[in-house]
Design a protein around this ligand. Sequence first.
Ligand SMILES: Cc1cc2nc3c(=O)[nH]c(=O)nc-3n(C[C@H](O)[C@H](O)[C@H](O)COP(=O)(O)OP(=O)(O)OC[C@H]3O[C@@H](n4cnc5c(N)ncnc54)[C@H](O)[C@@H]3O)c2cc1C
Length: 245
Amino acid sequence: MNGAASPPSPSPSPWRATVIRAITPVTPRVKSFRFDALDRPHRAGQHVDVRLTAPDGYQAQRSYSIASAPGDPAGIELMIEGLEAGEVSGFFDTVAEVGDAIELRGPVGAFAWGSEDGGPVLLIGGGSGVVPLLAMVRERALRAPEVPMLLIYSVRNAAEAIARAELAARSRDETGFDLTLLLTREGATAGRRIDRVMIDTAIECLGMPRHAFVCGGNGFVGTVADLLVDAGVKPGVVRTERFGG
Ligand SMILES: Cc1cc2nc3c(=O)[nH]c(=O)nc-3n(C[C@H](O)[C@H](O)[C@H](O)COP(=O)(O)OP(=O)(O)OC[C@H]3O[C@@H](n4cnc5c(N)ncnc54)[C@H](O)[C@@H]3O)c2cc1C
């Protein structure tokens, strides 16, 4: 069993021309891109579709999760990992500049959490799969600080951890938010993967989650969703988003 897939999204909004407002390095492989706010507000966890058009008319389209909390006055933030030979992520990694025109469509998707949904909320992300979960962490801090939330974030090494300083500070300063950072290729936890012990410990600390969100590569999401259900989380509670790979 691979957890409950998110229900189908409503029909997408039309494409909208926009420009890149700011670019900031996040890790050696991930950059943050800022755009003006969307025409309608998103829910934390949703994504946008991005469309690039070459001078000869060739188009490529991919999905990218929104990292910013709904209503962020700085607009929406995407965090894109540059993949080797990646058609679209390669453009963002090595070609894109502030002022470049692209098209966005959204917000899209039912992989979403809002303050009205309550908790406890268990978030589990692998690599860039933490991006939509980061939006949920930011949303909780702004609008629902009373909701217990725990994030398990699995990443190769500390340098590749997205928003590491922000997440560590929130875990230190925000009552009710906890972070378990698993470094799978560095330090004492090298070689370890998210396992049943880690899930059981998270549930002990958080309580049985009312909502569980799992995001990352295909294999990661399938494995973690199965572990959650084995640990007693109801399948209908587990929502998944697969980034590919
Ligand atoms: C709902 C959703 C939200 C997403 N949000 C984000 C996000 O916030 N940040 C982000 O960086 N990506 C995100 N992705 C992944 C993104 O849509 C692209 O798939 C990714 O950027 C690769 O596209 P590309 O054109 O660069 O690579 P392609 O040219 O399509 O593929 C290049 C190579 O990379 C492999 N590949 C494709 N996708 C992945 C992957 N995710 N991991 C590892 N290898 C891969 C392919 O098999 C191929 O070998 C999201 C995907 C979905 C479905």
